[in-house]
Design a protein around this ligand. Structure first.
Ligand SMILES: [Zn+2]
Length: 354
């Protein structure tokens, strides 16, 4: 009898310890840095909260954790997560993410005081890290590594053509929990004299469809004009498509050849110390940006700045005719099996290597 009672007490104590340990672990993980989508999906969250989390476009990737289960599915099929995801931040002193905001893009709100003054959503010392023109070999992975080392998140504006050339890299961006919007099909100046309104719309829509193809899922409904060059007609059009427009507050000028990584850091910090907050414009397309980023993130932390992560309330609904145009562009057979529309990595994946 006494033995049985002792056993019961021990079991209760063990259960309490396990539960307490889990709570301690998860609250630390929440404070340290946002977990990856895979980790979130595995968490025993209440149904409501989990559903809210699914707003991010990464949900489709997390929902298919294994590549081996090749069950028939409608095209385009979400790609399996291309990189091993880490569940927690291993850097106890990381910059991290201080706040996650969700944007309702209905009607096409604009952000970034260089062109839009209406929505002043950042508070003092808050910054948003944005990266344009991705994905690109070496340079995008360098930016991803710097962000991962500091357990922080960015907002990427992908060029459609680049996304079709390097879909694997763009999927890494998404798999690591960053937000992916778009930046046209071929990075032309949409407000240029030679552009008709229809050509500009084609550039916008095709860019989204290309990124959707590369990701295997709808991107976030966020858009940035190449060279920040916009027209009232196109801004109105984006409004009808419920696309949030991102301009900037702080241009790093990292695209200029004469700017060294040190100069990029000082460009940002000088303007930031003056403004006190803002959306920072960078390019993961540029090698020097990946080189500058570790120092920049360290300076942000030392200066007491906090990173705000941007998410969208909904995903973007691409137009079927542009989805088809992308498949034609890529010479993907549109007849026959839907699997033909899938990027190579979602069909063939190395599961073991010697
Ligand atoms: Zn650009």
């Amino acid at each position: 009898m006494r033995n049985a009672l002792g056993l019961m007490l021990a079991s209760v104590l063990a259960a309490v310890l396990i539960a307490g340990g889990w709570y301690f672990y998860s609250s630390r993980a929440d404070q340290g840095a946002p977990k990856t989508t895979a980790a979130r999906a595995a968490d025993p969250l209440p149904a409501k909260l989990a559903a809210k989390d699914d707003v991010e476009t990464t949900a489709a990737i997390a929902a298919k954790p294994t590549a081996v289960a090749a069950a028939p599915a409608p095209a385009p099929v979400p790609a399996p997560a291309p990189v091993q995801q880490t569940t927690t931040c291993t850097n106890p002193d990381a910059l991290g993410v201080s706040r996650v905001v969700e944007i309702d893009t209905t009607g096409g709100p604009g952000f970034g005081f260089e062109q839009f003054k209406q929505f002043d959503f950042l508070t003092d010392k808050e910054v948003v890290l944005t990266f344009d023109d991705s994905p690109w070999p070496h340079n995008t992975p360098a930016v991803l590594k710097a962000l991962a080392d500091e357990c922080t998140k960015g907002l990427f504006f992908s060029v459609g053509k680049h996304a079709t050339w390097h879909p694997e890299i763009l999927r890494q961006v998404l798999a690591q929990g960053h937000t992916v919007g778009t930046h046209t099909w071929s990075h032309v100046n949409l407000a240029g004299k030679k552009m008709t309104e229809q050509q500009a719309k084609d550039e916008i829509e095709k860019g989204f469809s290309a990124v959707k193809w590369a990701l295997g899922t709808n991107p976030s409904p966020f858009f940035r004009f190449p060279q920040l060059s916009q027209s009232p007609a196109l801004v109105s059009y984006l409004g009808t498509r419920n696309l949030g427009i991102f301009s900037t507050d702080i241009d790093s000028f990292d695209f200029r050849k004469e700017n060294t990584p040190d100069k990029i850091v000082s460009n940002v910090m000088t303007k930031l110390d003056k403004l006190g907050k803002g959306i920072i414009l960078m390019h993961d397309f540029q090698k020097r940006t990946g080189e500058a980023l570790p120092t920049l993130l360290a300076r942000l932390k030392a200066g007491g700045y906090k990173v705000v992560q941007i998410k969208a309330k909904t995903t973007f609904d691409s137009l079927p005719e542009y989805d088809e145009a992308i498949l034609k562009e890529l010479k993907v057979p549109t007849s026959g099996s839907a699997t033909n529309a899938r990027p190579i990595s979602s069909v063939v994946q190395t599961v073991s290597q010697r």
